[in-house]
Design a protein around this ligand. Structure first.
Ligand code: PEP
Ligand code: MN
Length: 338
């Protein structure tokens, strides 16, 4: 951490910064310039300290953090890639893991139709929301517990792991009874009570990026899960909000190599919520695989025209089958397979 003192600061003010650092067990390096003094604060955990500790002291002009605020998600703590294993399916290895299914579980018939088609095309994990975080309270909120029961039924019958969202911190144990992977939605990335409960549950979790959150905030949120001893964390880029309004969100393709550089956690991409339109989904999905994503989560509906949620961005079974073929070629070209 770098503490820049104001021009004309007094020796007492400089000393108060030095004493504060020492009281926290930190080292210091003083740089006495002709006009200004800069105090470098040294220590292995300065990333986790608030810059305000020094910013409030008299004579301080600014405080700049050098270390990243996240710790457990960083490559500095763990150099090698983490692999999350779900019933033998490894996320973060050479295989590109494709998760697919409807936005929301709507009925037994819909879910069975969906699982058959996505499985036939090579998806190995079924997605489906039972609890839906909807922008309006008047929109369909999901089948809730009945939706979880349908997911569990299909999971047994078709031998496919399921991922579903948990919205409320109090529902973590309920959802954990039915799902193989818990999903934290974009709107809940910084719901810290939810993250702590999921961390304690030790269940595999997909942490979606909040659409107004930086990569640093995303990785720091992942630290909440890891700090509770849950190592089965998968990150999911799903697009962020920008000035561009021709897509639902802007897929931040750059976040894939950035996350790979700074974190050991696997990262998957959700092209459906980024695009908001089924015509755009295939190109984005292919770009994500080419950019190094470890997997994809794609919305597929047996009949998108009848979907209760996100029909416009859902692929039909035949569109999904075609996309899977194209993805196989992309995966191969980057030394991976589906
Ligand atoms: C979803 O996966 O259906 C969903 C609501 O996603 P997000 O949280 O990314 O909007
Ligand atoms: Mn959706």
């Amino acid at each position: 951490m770098i503490v820049e003192m104001r021009t004309g600061t007094t020796p007492e003010e400089i000393d108060s910064v030095v004493q504060k650092a020492k009281s926290l067990g930190l080292g210091i390096q003083l740089n006495l310039g002709t006009d200004k003094t800069v105090v470098a604060i040294l220590g292995s955990n300065t990333g986790q300290l608030s810059t305000e500790i020094f910013a409030v002291l008299p004579g301080v002009e600014s405080v700049t953090r050098i270390m990243k605020p996240y710790k457990l998600a960083s490559r500095e703590v763990k150099a090698e890639n983490s692999v999350v294993s779900i019933n033998g399916i490894e996320i973060g290895g050479r295989r590109i893991v494709v998760m697919a299914g409807p936005c929301a579980v709507e009925s037994e018939e819909q879910l069975i139709e969906a699982v058959k088609t996505v499985k036939d095309s090579g998806a190995c994990i079924l997605r489906g929301g039972a609890f839906k975080p909807r922008t309006s309270p008047f929109s369909f909120q999901g089948l809730e517990k009945a939706g979880l029961e349908l997911l569990a039924q299909v999971r047994e019958r078709f031998g496919i792991p399921v991922v579903t969202e948990v919205v409320d911190p109090h529902d973590v144990s309920l959802v954990s009874k039915y799902a193989d992977i818990l999903q934290v939605g974009a709107r809940n990335m910084q719901n810290f009570a939810l993250l702590i409960n999921i961390g304690r549950s030790k269940r595999p979790v997909i942490l979606k990026r909040g659409f107004s959150c930086t990569i640093t905030e995303w990785l720091t949120a992942a630290d909440y899960l890891l700090a509770e001893g849950n190592n089965q964390v998968i990150l999911c880029e799903r697009g962020i909000r920008t000035f561009e309004d021709s897509t639902r969100f802007s897929l931040d393709i750059c976040s894939i190599p950035v996350v790979k550089r700074f974190s050991h956690l696997p990262v998957i991409v959700d092209p459906s919520h980024a695009a908001g339109h089924y015509l755009l989904v295939p190109a984005i999905a292919k770009a994500a695989v080419a950019a190094g994503a470890d997997g994809l989560i794609i919305e597929v509906h047996p009949n998108p025209k009848e979907a209760l949620v996100d029909g416009l961005q859902s692929l039909t079974p035949s569109d999904f089958a075609r996309l899977m073929e194209e993805l196989r070629a992309i995966a191969k070209s980057v030394g991976r397979y589906i």
